[in-house]
Design a protein around this ligand. Sequence first.
Ligand code: ASP
Length: 317
Amino acid sequence: MNASDTYALAVHAGAGNDIPGEAPPGTEDERRSALLAALREGEAILQAGRTAVDAVVHAVVALEDCPLFNAGKGSVLAADGTVEMDASVMDGATGRAGGVSTVTTLRNPVLAAQAILRHSPHAILCGPGAETFAAAHGLAREDNAWFRTPHRIDQLRRAKERGAGQERESTGTVGAVARDRLGNLAAATSTGGMTNKALGRVSDSSIPGAGVWARNGIVAVSCTGTGDDFIRNATAYEIEALVAHRGRGLAEACNEALQRIAAQAGNGGVIAVDAGGAIAAVRAADHMAWASVREGEDPASGLGSAGPVRYETGAGA
Ligand code: ASP
């Protein structure tokens, strides 16, 4: 098999800094197994010869369905105690992208993003319009209370007791990047956003160029972090620009874009795959949860919680 015919896939479940007194739900083992299970879901799609877009969407659905992560069921709560979710997907083969923002009833926001990519003339829909569009395409809905777990209810209470503004824990938002056997690149991201955020706040996770990006021949990127900074810096697109126009290597480009965020007092991480199937998982934060696989190789994973490492390169980069 030619290296150019092989697939590559990476998933993440967030990156960030510790908040004293706060820990993500579940154990490290549980989070790692959930990440690896999502990786297998996506890999099965690529093994079957299907597209990079299908693979990233399947992987992200598996992560949204896991209540340990800040996406779909288990999303963090906004200041009023409700859940508002954002998600996006981008197809590097066509340049088409779909995003949803501030949705409150869609069981799998990334499926709504994919429906927009496929069927809408628009790139992003938000709120009730997004929900109506998704329902018209047969997507499942739940009451908002269905998304709220006891962990998230307690977390919001503690944030309010601390007098915190919006805040994010060290892991949670989810995403995936893939290269399929035909060389197509795709990326998807999904989040409940930040704990105690203002209602109506839009995260980078719904915005192509900010929290998601894919272009065949160059790179696919999924971001996690202080999303307002990622929006202001067009971080996902900046990684493409650094690779394509500045000749940076994949991990180097990811690191440079993240260092810009860190210099502005933000934090976070990215996963990326390039046209040759190299994968990078890079963080400028205390923790990052990621897993990756390339065809014919064993999966790799990391929770990035050991030592003072601020820069981490995943398998193949
Ligand atoms: N980027 C997400 C947001 O700003 C949060 C995260 O990645 O943890 O909503």
